[in-house]
Design a protein around this ligand. Structure first.
Ligand code: SF4
Length: 197
């Protein structure tokens, strides 16, 4: 698959995730207080090379004079006045902000072998600002397994596309990198040698 096709499929994945997030936002509307100006989730997150490459391309096209409020802060460098300045292009994790998320909990030893559980251990996390009354004891009554974002499934699809990207020419410079900070988009403008290995 060439890079253009991979990026197209990645954008389809983002659109699909947004549609599912919209469905859950409507389902949990009585709990959701997410709004423009609440940026608590917008920390300096790191992305897979494919996500980073597409976001950087979109930032350069949409906001060529982008200057972060601070590229060295713990806040996302794409925040401006508590709003995302690249909202339509935001990566997968940003589309899940505020919703109940299902994760597979895995533990590994120092050599990278899975340890502990014979059966997979799943955990639901949720935003305390939205679901203010939900506790570990009560969450199973509110969150039906069909009505949470299964991050294992979304991340698996994302990782597969990222692997395809690393195998094509555009992805070659990123082959030694597992994840790259969003802040490196800004640093890369000041120093085109970054992000570094
Ligand atoms: S890319 Fe946008 S939505 Fe995602 S963390 Fe940064 S400011 Fe927030």
């Amino acid at each position: 698959m060439n890079a253009e096709r991979i990026i197209h499929r990645y954008k389809e994945l983002l659109a699909e995730a947004s549609a599912e997030a919209d469905r859950l936002n409507a389902l949990y509307s009585e709990y959701m207080v997410c709004r423009k100006g609440c940026s608590d989730c917008c920390t300096d997150i790191s992305l897979l090379p494919l996500e980073w490459y597409v976001l950087k391309t979109d930032v350069e096209a949409a906001i060529p004079d982008h200057h972060p409020e601070s590229a060295d802060s713990e806040r996302c460098s794409l925040l401006k006045n508590d709003s995302c300045c690249i909202y339509k292009s935001r990566p997968l994790i940003c589309r899940t902000h505020g919703l109940p998320l299902l994760y597979l909990i895995e533990e590994f030893d120092l050599e990278g072998h899975r340890t502990g559980m014979d059966e997979p251990d799943w955990q639901i996390s949720w935003c305390d600002l939205n679901f203010t009354t939900v506790t570990e004891e009560t969450m199973e009554y509110l969150f039906d397994p069909e009505d949470v974002l299964n991050m294992e499934e979304w991340n698996t699809r994302l990782k597969e596309l990222n692997q395809d990207f690393l195998e094509c020419e555009e992805g070659a410079p990123f082959r030694k990198q597992k994840r790259i900070s969003i802040a490196d988009i800004s640093r890369n403008r000041q120093d085109p040698q970054s992000p570094r290995d």
